[in-house]
Design a protein around this ligand. Sequence first.
Ligand code: NAD
Length: 691
Amino acid sequence: MTAQYQQQGSVAVITLDNPPVNGMNLETRLALVNGVQRALDDTATRAIVITGAGKAFSGGADIKEFNTPQALAEPNLHTVIDLIENAGKPVIAAMHHVCMGGGLELSLGCHYRVASQGCQVALPEVKLGLLPGAGGTQRLPRVVGLEIALKMITTGTPELAGNLSQTALFDEVVDGDAVAAAVAFAGKIADVRPLPKVRNRQVNPAQAEQILAAARTQAQRGFLNAPRQCVETIAAAVRLPFDEGLQFERNSFYELVLSTESKALRHAFFAERAASKIPDVPASTPVRSITTAAVIGAGTMGAGIAMNFANAGIPVMISETSAAALEKGLATIRKNYQNTRDKGKLSPELCEKRIGLISGTLDYNGIAAADMVVEAVFEDLNVKQSVFEKLDAIMKPGAILASNTSTLDLDRIAAFTKRPGDVIGTHFFSPANVMKLLEIVRGQATSKDVLATVMALSKSMKKIGVVSGVCDGFIGNRMLEQYLKQAGFLLEEGCLPAQVDSAVEKLGFAMGPFRMSDLAGNDISYAIRKRRYAERPDVINSKVADKLCEIGRFGQKTSAGWYDYQKGERTALPSEQVNQMIKDHSAQVGIERRTIADQEITERLIFALVNEGAAILSEGIAQRASDIDMVYLSGYGFPLHLGGPMFYADTLGLPYVVQAIKRYATGHYGSVWTVTPLLSELADKGLTFNK
Ligand code: NAD
């Protein structure tokens, strides 16, 4: 049973019951239709209340039904809403906790709506590259007005019923139980005829054109098409009679469902959920309790990592080698929290509470009782060795020992201890308190319960945890190395930094490779390259970036990198000195510079990611292609509407990617390209990375 039927006097109460959020799947729709029909047939019933069991009216479409024939099977949501809207007895929606997507559309088909103050209402379809397809774009503006409807539908952001109590969306907004209030309300209106229908209302046309023009300008700013379509579909509610508007909505919806953009956004949605699943670590795996934590090192990363523990409500102690370093780290933390508070994003109480959860020590023994410790000291194996030996000696049995290393071999780090099963990598991204991605590095010996615990912890820190095996650079940075390598070659062959950056930024990347390197600090990748030169002298790399560092241009921190920066400013200004240095370098290495098209730039950069991603996948470093996409979407500013590098390659067609790589392999630095066997195998078989 996915809906319960109950009689309260002359009112029939139908309760959707499809945990966890009463998703409107086929079974639930059928149960609802049966319930409504039964109430209509029952002469003793004068009114019908529809509500949801548990902590939701309805969260909308059932995601398990996505892309299945059941999603459209009759009775589909249109049919259900038609039945309710045309019912001869009043139907009242009793909305509480969560009423979203198809759930809100269903309530808009009811004759009356009663909600609890705290009920969250939203039409979030735009977040999946879609628009509300069951009348939401036509009915919502008729009850809340054009401006609120545009905001809700183009952003998908939830709004509290209490904040909309003055609009015609609700007939009553109550403090207490919405169902009891709806039943009482039913008693008052049971005999009122004609029954009110949202479809018969008009959208207030006052200043409609100005409001729509502003919304169009806003929607044009982003890379996504769905918000633009949402605006046009809402505009149809102003311009067209209801039924024509509904048809317009339906056509736009089907257009979006088939778009690559929506497929990419839905891929990202499912990829995020898939990332939390580890095939050999079932959900039932016991987790260790993390009630106190410690961080070693109060530098760039340590300070941000400590904030993540505090944000999750876990007291955390930071250990440092000097009072000055400790105080600097703690001051950064206070400043970060205060900035967030000043922007109104954190209440003063919560700000103080979080600052209060973070303390410092210069004595290692002070952290011995912590349930988990994250090491964030210098990226040097000898330093890590001394830290892990010390941790092994002092930490209580069962404590989780994590390293934030970005490139070092976690298995070697684990071997510095006598408890390698307790050692794991937690690779946070900078700024650690902001970036969503957390690469969770699973060593050879990492215990399953340690892995399960850190996966759960990443959720309480509101991070997207993606598991990576051990390799140099893990998933993200190992791929990035190939991407940056191509970026360097492009400079030598004829590009300047601004051209390369703008080519990928036009595709929707948050930042091109050179602006990104200036932000991260060119000295960091320089140090890694120098280590590589020593370890693998045969590796071919552009030397332009090394030259940049040799003249002290480390990026924003020195107000000079690939670009010039005004002191304290972040705007990248093309640098004559750097551009000349690049041209001179090409001459020195004997390359005749040529004009390079944007398509070549973007393909060489992205296909370098894809080719390395394929290697990572075939080596089992990543569990699935969608995990790689998640790493790039949440940690590297890859455009969401392209779905991540592996998904993007799938949409282009893998044979195309293989052909292009083979073509680039004939270029000046072509010898660095070898098509990864998995990529060519999938291309040959007409398959894709993502199933
Ligand atoms: P950092 O130089 O800013 O900070 C390191 C801190 O560790 C310093 O404050 C230092 O005093 C302290 N420290 C050194 N030895 C110590 C010891 N024995 N005990 C206690 N404290 C000690 O470095 P960072 O950028 O924060 O990097 C830390 C780690 O995080 C490195 O492994 C790095 O590879 C990794 N990482 C850095 C970034 C980044 O963008 N900076 C991103 C991901 C991972």
